[in-house]
Design a protein. Structure first.
Length: 119
């Protein structure tokens, strides 16, 4: 059953679908523990567990599609902050894990990445 106020707490699909790469300096800015960061290049890093053929962020606790929690939610880097419930990345990740669309569940309005304002 999806939590209508916080659908991410029942999901976690994005955390187990994408490589979470970011500028290495973000790790220091957000206070991300060294054990949670994997260097990709001298400039880019990713969250541990996400740079593999079947990504699964090590910060994700619980079971995808059930009850989940991010163990570093307050320190999460910008790619994690950018994914929003119901956006294209969310819906693609949910589909990959066999989860019903949030729009079908009536949890969030339909959103597309193209709906975001671009500077």
């Amino acid at each position: 059953m999806t939590n209508k106020n916080e659908p991410c707490l029942d999901c976690g699909a994005c955390c187990a679908s994408y490589r979470v790469s970011f500028y290495s300096a973000e790790a220091d800015i957000y206070g991300i523990a060294d054990t949670m960061v994997q260097a990709l290049t001298p400039v880019y890093s990713c969250l541990s567990g996400t740079n593999q053929s079947k990504p699964h962020c090590q910060a994700l606790l619980g079971e995808v599609g059930k009850v989940v929690k991010c163990s570093m939610y307050e320190q999460r880097p910008s790619p994690c902050q950018e994914v929003q419930p119901g956006d294209d990345k969310c819906q693609n990740a949910r589909a990959k894990h066999g989860l019903v669309s949030l729009q079908v569940l009536g949890t969030v309005p339909i959103k597309k990445d193209s709906d975001k304002l671009v500077a």
